[in-house]
Design a protein around this ligand. Structure first.
Ligand code: PMV
Length: 306
């Protein structure tokens, strides 16, 4: 049996803006999706990944498109060579955690293993990017890059894209609060595009501020100034609200995190649902913020970045 895996990720700052060539900062998290591939008499895809209620139904179309794009790109004909693909792992699938890219990377690696293709990391990343087109339409490439390479990265879209590892003194705790809502990346990215086209001048100002925020955030991370990083995450959230990708549930979680001592909190990933990320250096603060969010009836993920 062949096997492969891909990391989940969290975008610390810069989602959506990254589609417009503004750098973003993201980190892989320890949770992964795995794919196994075995010989079968018909093509079968079994999805055993843990997920938010409704996630798999809502994402079925994206998932089918992604699989098709991956198979076409790898020139694999599952009618001629039928296989059973089984997805599992501990990455809890919901919007904003890079689940589709983790899946694409896992599947690419498993196929490379199954057919003995010996693909290198760059090639796996390229295939995963292809799969991302099924979910994000015009993906920046940040999710597949994190899913494949792991670590904390500075990412700028382009041909080729720029990916620079960011070194920090020690890992920093975060809390991710799950709204339980699923949004379609492709839809939200398209809405931002429409809004931008109707408000070019306003977006120019927002983009200029975001560039400042992201550059300062990189310096704050490198000098381990968590207070500053938190402030910048809050500013990033304001800008995300302006471009229309937040929602009341996310803002409720953000408020709870901030009221309980988080140094900064914002949505992460696509928005309009999915996860909120709160910066909570130290186990004690992490526990406090996580408990406050759980007390409101939301699921949390406690992890660290860097
Ligand atoms: O929701 P996620 O984790 O798939 O993140 C999407 C990130 C966007 O910036 C909104 C889209 C992209 O392609 O970068």
């Amino acid at each position: 049996m062949a096997e492969g895996s891909g990391y989940g990720k969290v975008i610390l700052l810069g989602e959506h803006f990254v589609v417009y060539d503004i750098p973003a900062i993201a980190s892989a998290i320890n949770d992964i999706t795995t794919a196994t591939i075995e010989k079968s008499d018909k093509y079968e895809l079994v999805d055993n990944r843990p997920a938010t209620e409704g996630y798999k139904t809502k994402k079925q179309g994206e998932m089918d498109r992604s699989m098709k794009l991956i198979l076409d790109f790898m020139k694999i004909d599952v009618e001629k060579t039928p296989v059973k693909i089984t997805l599992s792992g501990n990455l809890f699938c919901t919007s904003g955690i890079g689940a589709s890219a983790a899946m694409a990377t896992a599947v690419a690696r498993a196929f490379s293993d199954y057919f003995d293709l010996g693909l290198n990391e760059e090639q796996i990343n390229r295939i995963s990017y292809e799969g991302e087109k099924g979910s994000a339409g015009t993906p920046s490439g940040i999710d597949n890059t994190c899913a494949t390479f792991g670590g904390l990265i500075w990412f700028k879209k382009g041909e080729p894209s720029v990916m620079e590892p960011i070194k920090i003194k020690q890992p920093v705790e975060i809390v991710m609060g799950n709204t339980g809502l699923t949004s379609e990346t492709k839809e939200v990215v398209a809405d931002v595009k429409k809004k931008k086209e109707a408000n070019e001048e306003e977006f120019e100002k927002i983009f200029a501020e975001q560039k400042e925020v992201i550059n300062q955030a990189r310096s704050a991370l490198e000098s381990y100034d968590m207070k500053k990083l938190g402030e910048l995450m809050n500013r990033n959230q304001e800008l995300l609200e302006k471009i229309g990708v937040s929602c009341p549930e996310l803002e409720d979680l953000i408020k709870t995190a901030r009221e309980n001592g988080s140094l900064g909190a914002k949505l992460t990933g696509t928005g309009r649902g999915g996860y909120m990320i709160a910066l909570t250096p130290g186990k004690e603060l992490q526990e406090k913020v996580a408990s406050a969010i759980e007390a409101k009836g939301f699921k949390v993920l406690k992890t660290s970045i860097g």
